[in-house]
Design a protein around this ligand. Structure first.
Ligand SMILES: *[C@@H]1O[C@H](CO)[C@@H](O)[C@H](O)[C@H]1NC(C)=O
Ligand SMILES: *[C@@H]1O[C@H](CO)[C@@H](O)[C@H](O)[C@H]1NC(C)=O
Length: 342
């Protein structure tokens, strides 16, 4: 909506009604405007993104007019007011609420041509009910690099200034796990590793939960962190890698997508990949036999890079506006499930 209340079609009709003289004056004015000094930005309309249901909560965070400006995205408004369905520039549906509860798709009231965004940060193993979402969504927001709106869980960004000191290390390896399931690959790898390496296990699964503020200081005392994803899927690298390991100051031992994927996000010598070893015993021997200078090499990136965590849903949604002008207008995910499981 623009604040004059004049819709684009009304404006077109006004052009048709101009007399010849008025037309000449208007053309001259347009010419003057066209030759105005460069750098005068055209006023940009604000893009309204309607979040149909805020992820995982009925209490969305406060959304102010400048919310996206704080994340470096201008002319972007996020709202959860469903009355804006008729006018929103795009509508976002977070998968969990479509899957489990109150949220249903307002297909009957969808304005013609309104882009709908499917949003999820969960892996395919933890995503259900995709088959009924055929031919509905135009854009995907997810951690997959080939998403229309790609939102990783974190990234490394350039940093200048003194390198932060490495936390003092007194222990070997740690794993924090809240949902331990035997059938998961990470459980098997842990069980193979445990006889050969001292691994302390925290989290609900082991009746040793860590308070939110204790998590990173606890991990920081360890040399290595088992950044084992709950399931192994294309590009699925979560805060276990970015926050629990890299940001805490422990070397991640990763189990997830192949090494090449991690290398697209972080320097090759910043982590240990489980696949680099032919057995758990070999991995354990490598970790335990390491001297201090070899260990410090894992942190070489800290001289020039720092971790940026991207866990905030507001920031993720504001990203839609940053991409908005370039997103494909006529695209439809006919087979969202096929795409996501690929
Ligand atoms: C939602 O939007 C409608 C239409 O713009 C407006 O009348 C209403 O006050 C809004 N509701 C809230 C809770 O902001
Ligand atoms: C530390 O280990 C590395 C790699 O294993 C080795 O090349 C280096 O010589 C060792 N340094 C010392 C001081 O032992």
């Amino acid at each position: 909506m623009n604040n004059t209340g004049c819709s684009p079609t009304q404006r077109l009709r006004a052009w048709g009604g101009l007399t010849g003289g008025a037309m000449l004056v208007t053309l001259w004015l347009l010419w003057l405007l066209g030759s105005a000094p460069r750098g005068t930005p055209a006023p940009q309309p604000t893009i309204t993104i309607l979040i149909w249901h805020w992820p995982f909560t009925d209490q969305p965070p406060e959304l102010a007019a400048d919310t996206c400006t704080r994340y470096g995205v201008a002319h972007c408004r996020l709202s959860t007011n469903q009355s804006l369905l008729a006018s929103a520039d795009a509508v976002v549906f977070h998968h969990r609420e479509l899957e489990t509860r109150q949220s249903c798709l307002p297909l009957d009231q969808r304005p013609h041509g309104q882009p709908w965004v499917w949003a999820s940060m969960e892996s395919p193993s933890n995503t259900h009910g995709l088959s009924r979402l055929r031919g509905i969504f135009n854009w995907v927001l997810s951690y997959r690099r080939d998403s229309d709106i790609f939102v990783p869980y974190g990234r490394l960004e350039p940093h200048s200034g003194p390198t932060p000191p490495l936390p003092a290390k007194s222990r070997m390896a740690v794993w924090v796990v809240s949902n331990f399931q035997e059938r998961q690959k990470r459980a098997r790898v842990y069980q193979q590793l445990a006889p050969h390496l001292q691994v302390d296990v925290f989290g609900r699964a082991n009746q040793r939960p860590l308070c939110a503020n204790c998590l990173l200081p606890t991990i920081a005392r360890y040399r290595f962190y088992l950044a084992f994803e709950n399931s192994q899927h294309r590009d699925y690298i979560t805060e276990k890698f970015w926050r629990n390991a890299l940001a805490a100051g422990a070397v991640p031992i990763v189990l997830g997508p192949p090494r090449a994927t991690y290398e697209a996000f972080a320097p090759p010598d910043a982590f240990v990949h489980v696949d680099d070893f032919s057995s758990a015993r070999e991995l354990a021997a490598f970790l335990a036999g390491m001297n201090e200078s070899r260990y410090r090499r894992f942190f070489a990136w800290r001289d020039r890079l720092r971790v940026k965590l991207l866990g905030d849903w507001r920031e993720r949604f504001c990203t839609i506006c940053a991409h908005f002008p370039y997103l494909p207008r006529s695209q439809v995910y006919e087979d969202l499930e096929g795409w996501f499981r690929a």
